[in-house]
Design a protein around this ligand. Structure first.
Ligand code: MG
Ligand code: ZN
Length: 200
């Protein structure tokens, strides 16, 4: 039986802020390390999740930007390094990072596959669980999108959606039939939520 518990963390919108893309008129993931801004509460939240509550903290993220030629693999690594550095400055490290680089419409042929690791599929979660001896039923997935809720749920995790309860979100959740177990404004609130769920 797997013995460990994890809090799986989506990257963009959970650890780091989305960027307003003027061309497309919408919020999207950063494409350079310079654009990437780590939320100020991340290191403290991850430290509580690991050191006070005893969960592993593992990033699970779709990063199709390399496949779409939006940025290079080296730039992706620079972005991820920026997150690691912000955590290190707060005295904490991640227990793992898993990225899906695939996309069905990738411009770079080697990434153009229908994989089983691109969320909403649970492949990355299942792999992390296998490699790190994690009990998915005792674990949580924190994401800012319904793809995260779907991936977490199909892996058997409890799901925490980061967002605000707007009429729009409520409608989309209903349409997509992907009600999260919990809704919180940000990762900042997650440690207290987990603490409140702890068995007495
Ligand atoms: Mg996200
Ligand atoms: Zn994949």
């Amino acid at each position: 039986m797997p013995s460990k518990r994890a809090v799986f963390l989506d990257r963009d919108g959970v650890l780091s802020d989305l960027v307003f893309n003027k061309g497309e008129g919408r919020l999207s993931s950063p494409v350079t390390a310079g654009q990437l801004r780590v939320f100020p509460f991340v290191a403290e939240a991850v430290r509580k999740i690991r050191d006070e509550l005893g969960f592993m903290a593992i990033v699970i993220s779709n990063q199709p930007g390399v496949a779409k030629r939006q940025f290079t693999l080296a730039e992706l690594e620079r972005m991820n390094a920026k997150i690691r550095k912000a955590l290190a400055n707060g005295g904490v490290t991640l227990d793992g990072e898993y990225y899906c680089l695939h996309h069905p419409a990738a411009l770079i042929p080697k990434y153009r596959v229908v994989c089983d690791c691109r969320k909403p599929k649970p492949g990355l979660l299942l792999r992390a669980a296998r490699e790190k001896d994690i009990d998915l039923g005792k674990s949580y997935f924190v994401g800012d999108g319904l793809m995260d809720v779907k991936a977490g749920r199909s892996a058997g995790c409890k799901t925490i959606l980061v967002g605000h309860k707007t009429t729009f979100l409520t409608r989309v959740i209903e349409e997509e039939k992907s009600e999260p177990d919990f809704l919180v404004p940000s990762l900042h609130e997650v440690p207290d939520l987990l603490r409140s769920q702890a068995p007495p």
